[in-house]
Design a protein around this ligand. Structure first.
Ligand code: NI
Ligand code: MN
Length: 225
């Protein structure tokens, strides 16, 4: 079994005792109920270089001596900030002590944009298998035909998809993504964190219809995968 806790925006902690990972740990500066120093994880998985996804990666990884798993160019940039990294790339999978991870395509950007812009490769999503459950985190992405392939090739128990529009899929495109991904259950994410990405989760649930069970989680809430 595995449990997933939504920590706001695109941050998700997946746990299957004794192991846990966190994806896209942007906690400081958003409404997450969890402080980075309180997290216990084996690994930090990062989909792309934008600040609202890298977030507290370095602090969490250092505090836990955790691996940072990311697309190769992003892993290189994070390694230079003093964390131990495991570089991967889209289409590649690896069996870790904590579980199995595969990188999936995402239609988005990835550069780290601070005082200067650093190229951090292509953005990704993650398939994570822990405790016999397969969880898909789409990352930041628009609707793409690759999702049909991901759904055909994987039996997804729980999916996290962005619905906030503007930077990613909106509600209607996310519902179409669910029809292609065919997860048993789906959680909307990447909405309501900052102006311009508000979303109507009731409209999302209506648009998904019988294709999957829609589970709307408030930050801090947990669901079984
Ligand atoms: Ni982004
Ligand atoms: Mn984002």
């Amino acid at each position: 079994m595995a449990r997933a806790t939504y920590l706001g925006h695109a941050a998700v902690r997946i746990e299957s005792a004794p192991h846990a990972v966190i994806i896209d740990p942007f906690l400081t500066g958003q409404r997450s109920p969890v402080r980075p120093e309180d997290l216990r994880v084996d690994a930090v998985l990062v989909t792309h270089g934008h600040g609202d996804h890298v977030g507290d990666t370095v602090a969490i990884a250092q505090a836990n001596s955790a691996w940072v798993v990311a697309p190769s160019e992003l892993a290189g940039w994070l390694a230079r900030q003093g964390v131990k990294t495991h570089a991967m790339h889209i289409g590649g999978a690896h069996q870790f002590d904590f579980g199995w991870v595969k990188l999936t395509p995402a239609l988005h950007g990835s550069a780290a944009m601070g005082e200067s812009t650093v190229y951090t490769g292509n953005p990704c999503g993650f398939l994570v298998r822990m405790g016999g459950r397969l969880i898909y985190h789409a990352g930041d992405t628009g609707l793409s035909a690759e999702m049909e392939l991901i759904g055909r090739r994987n039996e997804i128990h729980l999916a996290f998809v962005p619905v906030g529009d503007n930077y990613t899929m909106g509600v209607d495109d996310a519902a179409e993504a669910v029809r292609m991904l065919r997860p048993r259950r789906v959680v909307p994410m990447h909405f309501g964190t900052f102006p311009g990405i508000e979303a109507d989760t009731d409209a999302f649930a209506r648009a998904v219809g019988p294709a999957a069970e829609v589970v709307v989680l408030q930050p801090g809430e947990t669901t079984e995968a």
